[in-house]
Design a protein around this ligand. Sequence first.
Ligand SMILES: Nc1ncnc2c1ncn2[C@@H]1O[C@H](COP(=O)(O)OP(=O)(O)OP(=O)(O)O)[C@@H](O)[C@H]1O
Length: 394
Amino acid sequence: MDGATVPTPRTEPAGIRFEEVSVAYGASTVLDRFDLEVRRGEVMALLGPSGSGKTTALRAVAGFVRPSRGRVHLAGRDVTGLAPHLRGAGMVVQSYALFPHMRVEQNVAFGLKARKAPRREIPGRVAEALEMTGMGGYAGRYPRELSGGQQQRVALARALAIRPDVLLLDEPLSALDAQLRSGMLAELARLHRELPGVTMLYVTHDQVEALTLADRIAVLKDARLVDCGTPAELYRTPRTAFTASFVGGANLLPARASADGGALFAGARLRAAQDAPQGPVTLCVRPHLVALGGDGANELRGRLLTAQWRGSVHRLFVDVDGHEVRADVAELRDPPRPGEEVRLTFSPEDTVLLPGGDAGAHGAPAAPDPRPAAGTGGADATAEARTPAEVAGG
Ligand SMILES: Nc1ncnc2c1ncn2[C@@H]1O[C@H](COP(=O)(O)OP(=O)(O)OP(=O)(O)O)[C@@H](O)[C@H]1O
């Protein structure tokens, strides 16, 4: 081919590109032909149930696991065979992985030394990273003299000190309590704005984190990528019931397509924004879009099972023809009583009809998984590259 006559595409290479990456442990494939592009400067959340392969995908980027097939590219460079410390990726894990016997500044300097950064540059870069994470005043402390949230900031500073092209975050907030978590989430969003060239891959099973921080979300299930899109796309117009149930709570009801493009459920004829696919369908509507009474064009009648008061809303659990339908309605002065007949309505615009009628069989979490903390003997703890030296040294 004549290079002079064929213009080279000028598109920027992806920050991270997984090309058909598979990872196997013995006979079990834990990541199966994973194909994903993360644009430079983008935050991509990997969301999925426990064991779906999220951490494995992250570790394949870091270089802690070697794919059995496929390639990993960072900024257009094939790094599949490259040692972790040569990949330009910083990593933050749930358990902080700080050296307990080193002061904060030494912890942050560790990755720089491991990467042979020029000696005279190290103090400045350590100070810069600590400032960036709000930890400038703590350089001389030991990790045991810091709170969990502060330790996680130090871990973040350590990852940023190497000025990474790619920041890998493995459930960085899951060891923190709810209040700290929301503060750190805001901090991460600020860092993302301040470092627009840094590509972030963020593993979580917390949909709030994914919805808040990510530009796009990749949904994993059973070692495979099953969906990818912006938070709004996945939330408002999910393509599968699994995604619908995993990204935000959803009522998923088994229905049948009707001849007029709508669906039939519990004797009611319901309409959606898009025509129903043929055959059995799953009707998806978010609880906060279901009203008690009201004049929504879609209407269901049932009996109240229970009403939970949650402060600003009441969550109503309603039995509709043997199926439980949830509605989150603004706090009611006089909520209906269990057993009372209620009428629920919702708009066709808020109704999505998904192919397949296996509603409810999607394995979405009812609550966060009760997993052991990293390093305390979880099923995969032995092989995790979560020692301070591995995480910091790359
Ligand atoms: N070193 C290992 N040896 C054997 N199996 C492993 C190893 N590391 C991970 N696995 C298995 O691979 C599968 C995927 O693990 P991975 O940690 O990627 O899941 P995950 O989606 O990040 O889960 P979690 O949300 O629980 O962290 C799991 O079944 C896990 O037990």
